[in-house]
Write a new protein. Structure first.
Ligand code: FES
Ligand code: FES
Length: 155
């Protein structure tokens, strides 16, 4: 067992964990943050995406013990009480939710993209979310939702 300290959604957490557990396991099972979804567990679907130190990662592919000192943002960290983040609201407004399994990862990818590039083209959005699979094949509205946030932020 190893003890690490991480900041998750702004809260400091001290965790004592076995070295073989993934970040996804620890978020879901120890911290009850079930927004990151367990899909392929092989780094191929993006359902488990979270943001670590500002960059989107597949949490199923990272050992939690490697996270000592990291800042982690999960989908649960986006809203403020009942006030949704603009990307969350845009997914609702643009009907970008179907079964919702891929949605947390898609929303976090959208946020990470706009943090890097405030005015992405449609092509850039498609490429950026290329590693996030939607089983419902609803990509059009997901892309629209991300582009709508970019347009709104531009004002
Ligand atoms: S569950 Fe992590 S990439 Fe699919
Ligand atoms: S909305 Fe169902 S997997 Fe994307």
């Amino acid at each position: 067992m190893k003890t690490i300290q991480v900041k998750v959604n702004g809260y400091v957490e001290k965790l004592t964990i076995a070295p073989n557990r993934t970040l996804l396991d620890v978020l879901r099972e120890d911290l009850a943050l079930t927004g990151a979804k367990r899909g392929c567990e092989a780094g191929e679907c993006g359902a488990c995406t979270v943001i670590v130190n500002g960059r989107p990662v597949n949490s199923c592919m990272i050992l939690a013990v490697e996270m000592d000192g990291a800042e982690i943002l999960t989908i649960e960290g986006l809203s403020r009480g009942t006030q949704l983040d603009d990307m969350q609201q845009s997914f609702i407004d643009e009907f970008a939710l179907q079964c919702g399994y891929c949605t947390p990862g898609m929303i976090l990818m959208g946020k990470a993209l706009l943090a890097e590039n405030l005015q992405p083209t449609e092509e850039t959005v498609r490429e950026y979310i290329g590693g996030n699979l939607c089983r419902c094949t609803g990509y059009e509205n997901i892309i629209k939702a991300i582009l709508a946030v970019a347009a709104a932020r531009k004002g």
